[in-house]
Design a protein around this ligand. Structure first.
Ligand code: TZP
Ligand code: MG
Length: 220
């Protein structure tokens, strides 16, 4: 079972989904999130990973701070991989990959919170849905600089294939998405875009989010 959140509500949250951790940010993460929220980010994922990632208390403190900003803006705050942290913070949801705990087990632990699962194939997608995913993260659609252990680039064809195979759950495309690629991703079947560098490395974060979101909405 997925959560009680209606698929159309989930779809709207996926439109301009910012994924980030401190290692992705050129500026202070709280400032990045503030600007992204001001630009209309529809969901934020805390993904504190990689060589320079925070651990322990500073990691939890940063998560709390970003979550508080999201709460004030009425934007869901999702935690990558870490169910314990999500429960401790009472986050709005969890996003997991294929190498993490099973989706069924995470669903059982997080109750009605939102569950996102990364899927690279139709089989992984079907399995995630059966185990209670509210949405799928599909990619990398294009080459990415933000994930060292990323799967092979899939191209937008994977989105087409999933839709053609009868997968109708909310899907967000991820990996190397820039403003010039939004239309292709949405037309291929995604409900929204999940981005790291297109926002965290933008010179003007608020304007970048506004532009990406506008392109999503115009392409739907
Ligand atoms: N999963 C697949 S690609 C990716 C993740 C977390 C990184 C996306 O970052 P960017 O900078 O938008 O390519
Ligand atoms: Mg993971």
């Amino acid at each position: 079972m997925s959560s009680s959140m209606l698929p159309d509500v989930v779809r709207r949250h996926l439109q301009m989904y910012l994924v980030l951790g401190s290692a992705n940010c050129l500026a202070e993460p709280g400032w990045v999130v503030q600007e992204a929220l001001a630009g209309g980010a529809t969901m934020i994922q805390f993904r504190e990973k990689g060589r320079d990632a925070l651990t322990g208390a500073p990691r939890i403190e940063l998560a709390r701070r970003l979550q508080d900003q999201c709460r004030r803006a009425g934007v869901p705050f999702i935690v990558n991989d870490d169910v314990e942290l999500a429960l401790e913070l009472d986050a709005d949801g969890v996003h997991i990959g294929q190498d993490d705990e099973s989706a069924a087990s995470v669903r059982a632990r997080i109750g009605n919170r939102m569950l996102g699962v990364s899927a690279h194939t139709i089989e992984e997608a079907r399995c995630a849905i059966l185990q209670g995913a509210d949405y799928l993260g599909v990619g990398p659609i294009y080459p990415t600089i933000s994930k060292d252990d990323a799967h092979a680039v899939q191209g937008s064809a994977i989105l087409h294939e999933m839709r053609k195979a009868g997968i109708h759950v909310p899907i967000v495309g991820i990996g190397g998405i820039t403003k010039d690629r939004v239309e292709e991703v949405i037309h291929a079947g995604a409900d929204g875009i999940a981005v790291i560098s297109a926002v965290t490395r933008a010179e003007r974060i608020r304007a970048a989010v506004e532009e990406l979101k506008k392109k999503v909405i115009l392409s739907i």
